[in-house]
Design a protein. Structure first.
Length: 161
């Protein structure tokens, strides 16, 4: 048995290796593009919700995205990735429950007065116990996620052709 070039032996292995490396580079590039897309969507949703809180004279207005701590950003990016994918939820109640779990995991606790430094938040209660303004805020969040999902996407550079 011969493994020489005439049967394609080592030449095929080299072509396969080159093809595999090219595919891995494409996957890496796609993953980076998806990460950038998720971050763009997250900033849009976060800042949109922040502006809605300002417009509604909400008692708690989040700081800007740039001022948020990394653990918050990480969990928020995960939420946006899920909300812009096939596993999204249209239920503000379900999203509020997920938000509570994420905040508890980051060390937040319930308290009547909001305190970012001490990680105390008055909205760490069941959805049914929220006031109308907070339930509306959750509805706005769902709507902003849907806008981000449908209208913030990667566009191929048409000028490159």
């Amino acid at each position: 048995m011969s493994w020489g070039h005439e049967r394609g032996g080592w030449g095929n292995a080299h072509r396969f290796d080159t093809s595999l490396r090219r595919q891995q580079a494409e996957w890496k590039e796609e993953k980076e593009m998806n990460k950038q897309l998720t971050e763009s969507r997250a900033i849009f949703v976060y800042e949109g919700a922040r502006l809605a809180a300002i417009a509604a004279n909400a008692p708690i207005v989040p700081v800007s995205w740039e001022e948020r701590e990394e653990p918050f950003k990480k969990q928020f990016l995960d939420v946006i990735d899920r909300q812009c994918g096939d596993q999204r939820s249209q239920s503000p109640e379900e999203l509020h429950g997920s938000w509570m779990q994420a905040y508890f995991a980051m060390g937040w606790v319930y308290g009547t007065e909001y305190d970012r430094e001490k990680k105390i938040h008055p909205d760490l209660v069941p959805y049914a116990d929220l006031g109308q303004l907070e339930r509306d805020k959750d509805e706005v969040f769902v709507a902003l996620c849907e806008i981000a999902r449908q209208w913030i996407y990667e566009v191929e550079n048409e000028l490159a052709n």
